[in-house]
Design a protein around this ligand. Structure first.
Ligand code: ZN
Length: 453
């Protein structure tokens, strides 16, 4: 993870006035690019604090932050002497939110299926900086990016880490891995003269040798995890949204190679058989999981496989599919078949004690609206605290990030706040007023703080 000790080269202080944070540089050097955690100590005076490990809402609490990390958490409102205090007394503080399923380098639009004939990777990359900022300002300080076009999400990740653009901490899968004609094949539905036969370096595999090569290609490109497409999906022009598109042997080859390189594997899967193969094949999470049956759920509990429902994506595509011409006809049909079913599946998985991590498939719906997923999860029958834990401790466990997911001494200082108690009203998660990532304030009193850059 990022280590802020290097930032000592720049001494910064923050002057907090009338709802605006003004960054002053003190001393000889000014931060050239990277936003730096305040050189001193910051105290967040919170009306309430959500203890995501215990699943409790605590009363008045002070979070003391130093060098981008939580130094201590105190009962009551008591800023240490010399600390810069931030008044969040009317707010409920919680750890920075984690969205375990995003695509930050694209976004749905009526022209999406035409734009791909005109756009280059740079078009996606430039837009992605705007989407990343929106995501961060919505309170999501960390994301898993599960698929892009040309590994441009790794470039976005690197630019955010270097402080060039504001955005969430990204763990990216680069391009998704699928099979010829499957959900990851970008040539689906194209005129045959435009279509080409893609191979392992493009993320398209047929057989176990290709599977191993595709994973190794991701290691070469500097990605963080692997995303696979063992079933059909909604937003490509293939006929089925749920058929099985990988053999168990191909899945096993990917998973074992991925684990050799320290990669977790996320599996997009709608169909029950594809889910079964992915779980038996050893993947770490099932994404969407629409037609997950009782046997799949039992297997997931046994294997400890996470479920990332992405209800908001199903909900959005089902509604958009009713707008004539928004999607190509095959996609509109699949969106109406599959989209409306995910919420009920998520409710059944919760009751079956499947491990659930928060994820939304952002890009399928407009970036920045991620928190609507909380309302849909509660609508599926999950308690509000469970949903907040899904977006903090549970997602951090899925991402294997022990320094994220709770406001605990020693952890990374990612903190967000909402006005009131989200356990009483989950829709408050859509009204994030305060965002701190790595000890740097990006939003205060609902106002973006771009002086962090
Ligand atoms: Zn996705």
């Amino acid at each position: 993870m990022r280590d802020f000790s290097w930032s000592n080269r720049t001494i910064t202080a923050r002057l907090l006035t009338a709802g605006f944070a003004v960054l002053l540089s003190v001393g000889l050097s000014v931060a050239a690019d990277a936003p730096t955690a305040p050189g001193g100590i910051t105290a967040l005076l919170c009306g309430h604090l959500i203890d995501t490990i215990a699943g409790k809402v605590l009363g008045e609490s002070t979070i003391v932050i130093e060098s981008g990390h939580v130094r201590e958490v105190l009962n009551g409102l008591q800023a240490p002497a010399g600390a810069t205090a931030i008044d969040l007394k009317s707010q409920t503080c919680m750890p920075g939110l984690i969205d375990a399923h995003t695509h930050l380098t694209g976004q749905t639009s009526r022209t999406e299926y035409v734009d791909r004939y005109h756009w280059n990777v740079a078009d996606n990359a430039i837009r992605s900086t705007v989407y990343a900022r929106r995501t961060l300002l919505a309170g999501f300080t960390t994301v898993r990016n599960l698929g892009d076009g040309d590994n441009e999400s790794a470039a976005l990740r690197n630019a955010i880490n270097a402080g060039i653009v504001p955005g969430p901490r990204i763990f990216t899968a680069g391009k998704a891995i699928g099979t010829t004609g499957g959900h990851a094949d970008p040539m689906n539905g194209l005129n045959q003269e435009l279509s080409r036969d893609l191979g392992a370096v493009d993320g398209i595999i047929n057989g176990t040798d290709d599977a191993m090569k595709a994973v190794r290609e991701h290691y070469k490109l500097g990605d963080d995890l692997i995303k696979i497409m063992p079933s059909g999906g909604v937003l490509d022009e293939g006929a089925s949204g749920e058929n099985s598109q990988m053999t168990l042997e191909e899945i096993r080859a990917i998973v074992s190679t991925a684990h050799d390189y320290g990669f977790a594997v996320a599996a997009h899967a709608h169909g029950a058989e594809a889910i079964r193969r992915a779980v038996i094949g050893g993947v770490d999470s099932i994404e969407h999981g629409t037609f997950m049956d009782a046997e799949d759920m039992k297997l997931m509990v046994e294997h400890g496989t996470y479920y990332v429902p992405t209800i908001i994506a199903g909900d959005f595509v089902a509604r958009q599919a009713k707008i004539p011409g928004y999607y190509p006809p095959t996609i509109a049909r699949k969106a109406q078949e599959i989209g409306p079913l995910i919420q009920a599946t998520a409710g059944r998985a919760y009751k079956a004690h499947v491990k659930i991590a928060f994820g939304t498939d952002a890009a399928v719906y407009p970036h920045g609206q991620n928190a609507h997923e909380f309302e849909l999860m509660v609508g599926a029958g999950m308690p509000p605290m469970f949903c907040i834990q899904a977006a903090t401790v549970s997602a951090a466990a899925l991402l294997r990030q022990k320094d994220l997911g709770s406001v605990t001494p020693g952890k990374i200082a990612d903190v967000v706040a909402v006005p009131g108690n989200p356990i009483d009203d989950i829709s408050l998660m859509k009204q994030v007023t305060f965002v701190m990532k790595d000890g740097v304030v990006y939003k205060l009193n609902s106002v973006p703080v771009d002086t962090a850059l």
